[in-house]
Design a protein around this ligand. Structure first.
Ligand SMILES: [Zn+2]
Ligand SMILES: [Zn+2]
Length: 388
């Protein structure tokens, strides 16, 4: 698994461009004697394990496989050789884990039912899972399990939670159009920069004044583009941002509030302003039943005291949510904290403890096996699980 992870890390590919990665995955599956099918969403790979009849149930295990447009600065011996592309979120590890799980299941699983492996493209792009679902990847699947490497937790720890663990994510773009002019004669134009700057500040009052303080929510403007030179009044400003919500009611309220505030800027500053929301991500909501199976699988995998809660919901988005729109499922986090210095996920110095790979592989295999063997029924008792 470590060598698989390092190979993928060295040759990373961004969303929908994972052609070499897909070939590599198919090759590794074939070495294990597992037949696979490629091309889902362009670069996805799926495979089945177990000989069960299709009526016996099917559980899916998912790994995302794409990298990010980031220039690596880790100094690792197996650093990216693809300029400006880096596995900075741990998806190289997720693929290695799922291949590890495939090896375990190939050796020890003979049913009932079938396990479907899903190597999914374009998680970072935000719609790989949605694309696969549209293409029918969940046909016949009853439940889906997956995990994400997380360097906030120690290696060997697995977090399992019921309910919402990753936020709704709604990206948007605001365009403000004013009238250009000479920097020395602002009264002859209408300044898009001033209107946009004011808007950035007013937007921050939405969460602080209109959302229940007990509900986690955030609005970030991550991009502000306007103007070209110091002595010209900018006639256009473009703001890009994202709303992250943990409550559906306040998600809707904030989206409406944003539209209202953008509209009000027009009269305040004599400009034209519009807001467009791109396709967002639903929240990752783990079902109670799937979380119980996931927890039992984690007890199988690591010591009971290391099966913990992630605490507060993450305000991050995860397209695993699209699967959960159709079938129940559970996403967990695999602790992978390094002792040495390394940057956070999505940074050019991100790295994780490769010892987490064995826990991830064992958990995935156990989750699949447990779902099929309990047929999705809740786990009876902790002691029974530990003994078994
Ligand atoms: Zn990521
Ligand atoms: Zn990720």
């Amino acid at each position: 698994m470590i060598s698989i992870r390092r190979h993928l890390h060295k040759y990373p590919e961004t969303s929908y461009d994972e052609f070499q990665s897909a070939e590599f995955i198919k090759e590794k599956l074939s070495e294990l004697g597992i037949e696979s099918t490629g091309g889902q969403g362009g670069t996805g790979v799926t495979a089945y394990l177990g000989n069960g009849a299709s009526g016996e149930g099917c559980v899916a295990l998912r790994a995302d496989m794409d990298a990010l447009p980031i220039r690596e600065q880790t100094g690792l011996g197996f650093s990216s050789v693809h300029e400006g592309v880096m596995h900075a979120c741990g998806h190289d590890g997720h693929v290695a884990m799922l291949l590890g799980a495939a090896a375990i299941l190939k050796k020890s699983f003979s049913g009932p039912g079938r396990v479907k492996l899903i190597f999914q493209p374009a998680e970072e792009h935000g719609n790989g899972a949605a694309q696969l679902v549209r293409e029918g990847v969940l046909d016949g699947v009853q439940a889906v399990f997956g995990g994400h490497i997380d360097t906030h937790f120690k290696t060997g720890e697995i977090t399992v939670d019921e309910g919402l663990i990753c936020a709704y994510a709604d990206p948007f773009q605001i365009t403000i159009k004013g009238r250009g002019g000479h920097a020395a004669r602002p009264h002859e134009g209408s300044d898009a920069v001033v209107a946009a700057a004011s808007l950035v500040m007013i937007i921050q009052t939405l969460v602080s004044r209109e959302v229940d303080p007990n509900k986690s929510q955030v609005i970030t403007i991550g991009s502000f583009q306007a103007g070209t030179v110091h002595n010209v009044i900018a006639c256009e400003a473009i703001l890009k941002g994202t709303v992250r919500s943990t409550d559906e009611v306040y998600r809707e309220k904030t989206i409406c509030g944003l539209k209202r505030i953008v509209q009000s800027i027009e009269t305040m500053y004599d400009v034209h302003a519009g807001i467009v929301f791109e396709q967002g991500l639903p929240a990752v909501i783990n079902s109670t039943r799937a979380a119980e199976i996931a927890r039992a699988a984690a007890w199988d995998t690591t010591s009971v005291d290391k099966v913990i809660s992630q605490g507060y919901p993450s305000l991050g988005g995860e397209d695993f949510a699209f699967y959960q729109h159709y079938v129940e499922g559970c996403l967990v986090r695999f602790g992978a904290k390094l002792t040495g210095p390394s940057g956070p996920a999505h940074s050019p110095t991100f790295d994780f403890d490769e010892n987490c790979l064995k826990y991830g592989a064992a958990w995935l295999a156990a989750a699949g096996w447990r779902w099929l063997n309990t047929n999705g029924r809740p786990v009876v008792s902790e002691s029974r699980i530990i003994q078994s």
